[in-house]
Every structure is written in C-alpha cells, then in structure tokens.
Ligand binder design. Structure first.
Ligand SMILES: CC(C)(COP(=O)(O)OP(=O)(O)OC[C@H]1O[C@@H](n2cnc3c(N)ncnc32)[C@H](O)[C@@H]1OP(=O)(O)O)[C@@H](O)C(=O)NCCC(=O)NCCS
Length: 333
C-alpha cells in the first residue's frame, strides 16, 4: 500500500484595495522611498482601512477566492486552520467564524500562531492530519491584519508590514506529491526582540499603556535581521542536504517576505538563481502569515506538476524552518 502524502491542490488569495506607498509613508514618518527600497525591497503594501473588519474578513475573501476558482463545495471541507498572529479577538477563534462564513459547515476549525512562521508550521499540521489518514482535506489560510498592531508613528515597523491573506487546500495524494520533508525550530530567548508586549495575559492593557502605544508591535530590527538571515538560510540548506537535493533539483524558493535582503541571503546560501526565487515583497511588504500563500498564488500559473518547491520562514518567538514540497498540478488556467 502506498503511503498517503499531503499535496496542495488549490490556491486563493486576497489583499485589500488601499495601497500604502512609500511616498505616502514619507508624509507620515521621517523616511524616504530610497531608504525603504534599498533596505527592504518594499515599494508598497495593502491596508484594510475599515476598523470594523478584522483578519477574518481577509481570510474569508481568500478562502472564497480559492473555492470559486476551483468550483469547490465548501461542505466537503473537513478542517479549516487559520494561521494568524492577529486574530479577530481573544477566546473566539477566527477560524470558526471564517469556516461558518464560507459555508464549511461540516468542518472543525482552529487558529494557529507562530508569528511569521504561522503558515509554514500550519503546512506541517495540515499535512499531518492528512498523512495520518484521519482527514482527506484541510483548508489552510494564512491571514493577518498587521495594521491593527502597527504604530504608524514608528518608522522602524510601519514601513515593513502590510495586510493580506492566502489560502491553500491540502488533499491526500497517492503519487508521492506534496509535503516531503520539514525542518522546524523555535527559540523563545528571541521573544524580547520582536513582540507586542501589552494586551496578552502577562502584561495588562491599562489606559497608560494604551496612551503610550504599548499594544503595538515592537522590534529590534538589527537583531531580528541577523537571526532571520542565519536561521532561514540554515534551515533551507539543511532541508536540501537531508534530501540530497542540489540547486539544480530546486525549481522554486518560496521564502517569507520579510526583507528582500533576507530572501537574497537565503537564496545565495543554497546558490539559487534569481529566476527561481519567488518575490512579491515589493507589492505587499511583510504580511506575516500571508506571505507564503500570497507567493504561491502569484506564481501558481508558473508552477508545474512535480516541481520541487523549498519553503522557508522566520518569525517572532523566534520560530523558523524550511519545508520541501513537490508541487501537484499544472496550471488550471
Ligand atoms: C528594520 C530594518 C529594515 C532596518 O534596517 P537596518 O539596515 O537594520 O537599519 P538599522 O535599524 O540598523 O538603522 C540604520 C539607520 O537607519 C535609521 N532608520 C530606521 N528606520 C528608518 C526608516 N524607516 N527610514 C529612514 N531611516 C531609518 C535608523 O534610525 C538608523 O539611523 P542611525 O544610524 O542614525 O542610528 C531591518 O533591520 C530589518 O529588516 N530587520 C528585520 C525585520 C523583520 O524582518 N521583521 C519581521 C521578522 S519576520
């Protein structure tokens, strides 16, 4: 009997309409287009302007896009996972609301948070449910409304992040396609360098904290940068070695879009040509849990059945890793 593997069989995405360009940011904080472009590779990002709409709004739109593009019946979906660092609210899961709104009424659902590695770790979780034989499909959505925790007076963070969502369907596969291997790691000593300190269970959100912006995300950029470069590149290199893959065997690198220089460093470590490196950071910035599925959605028409795709991510926590996946279908367009 052949082993069941978990393959991506459908993709969808959504980004909000409002475009926050570097030029607009120049009017908000002391920065400029040249600095942002040369240090990060970002030209613009999308922002969900409506305060009444949370991450679920983005997640629902991305999932609906996937369902519509592929003529799926949402009642056939068995599990909905929303990977996010910015859930709609505490206690009530964003995934449950999302699943009900898209009509996945036969599914169970939950959220997953590993900061910018949420989607990467979510791929591992989704695949495990399928490989175990207990479920035949899982809808994995990466969605974040980062603008809800960004201080638009802090030039160290507001130039980087954007809002967006992407969704993939994992299904059982008996041709050996899909997730082949993973190398995932965490190091909690990194949390002091990237966090939104107040508003969780350890530090209450008081009126004073709120007035000082303590609920916003803070990062020590240089330390995060150094750790991201080292660990993302290291994880990608390890996954190649472990699977006896040379650079010629790799068709695509889908790396977390945090900073173009971090992506370039990862590609250089595994000696990969620019044409094989998926890039959309210039359009969306860092959308946290959404970067990987947004990449896959943007490159879907170029992906071919059997392509070797190396995923890599790094995020707050710290959390990082790499996944080797064999793409399962040719473009349906
Ligand atoms: C944030 C980041 C772009 C800053 O780039 P950097 O090259 O490290 O820049 P530094 O923080 O060392 O700052 C260099 C100078 O630019 C200034 N600067 C910082 N932000 C600026 C901005 N938006 N515009 C203009 N100047 C800025 C700094 O104040 C500093 O000035 P100084 O030398 O006079 O003190 C970079 O550190 C980074 O990308 N870090 C990782 C972020 C990340 O990926 N986070 C999410 C992880 S998933």
């Amino acid at each position: 009997m052949s082993k069941i593997s978990a393959a991506i069989t459908a993709v969808g995405a959504y980004v909000p309409e409002y475009v926050l360009t570097n030029q607009i940011l120049e009017t908000m904080v002391d920065t400029n287009d040249e600095w942002i472009t040369s240090r990060t590779g970002i030209k613009e990002r999308r922002i969900l302007k409506d305060d009444g709409k949370g991450t679920s709004f983005l997640a629902i739109k991305a999932a609906q896009n996937l369902i519509d593009k592929n003529n799926l019946d949402p009642k056939d979906i068995e599990l909905v996972i929303v990977a996010t660092a910015t859930p709609d609210m505490k206690a009530a899961s964003t995934a449950s609301f999302t699943a009900t709104e898209i009509g996945a009424t036969n599914a169970f659902s939950f959220d997953m948070d590993a900061a910018c590695s949420s989607f990467l770790f979510g791929m591992s979780v989704a695949a495990s449910y399928i490989e175990s034989g207990r479920y035949k499909n899982v809808l994995l959505i990466g969605a974040d409304k980062m603008s809800s925790i960004i201080n638009y007076k802090d030039r160290a963070t507001c130039i980087i992040f954007g809002d967006g969502a992407g969704a993939v369907l994992f299904e059982a596969n008996d041709e050996g396609l899909g997730l082949k291997d993973e190398y995932l790691r965490s190091d909690g000593s990194g949390r002091e360098f990237l966090q939104a300190t107040y508003g969780g269970s350890s530090h209450a959100l008081t009126a004073e904290v709120l007035a000082n912006g303590g609920h916003y995300a803070f990062q020590e950029g240089r330390t995060v940068f150094k750790n991201a470069v080292f660990n993302m590149a290291d994880a990608a290199e390890k996954i190649l070695k472990r699977n006896n893959l040379t650079k010629n065997d790799v068709d695509w690198l889908a790396a977390h879009q945090a900073n173009k220089r971090i992506i370039d460093a990862t590609a250089q470590r595994i000696d990969l040509e620019d044409e094989k490196v998926m890039i959309n950071i210039h359009k969306y910035g860092n959308t946290t849990s959404a970067t990987l599925p947004l990449l896959i959605n943007d490159y879907e028409s170029q992906l071919k059945k059997g392509d070797n795709v190396i995923f890599a991510a790094f995020g707050g926590g710290f959390n990082w890793g790499s996944i080797y996946l064999k793409w399962a279908y040719n473009s349906k367009n």
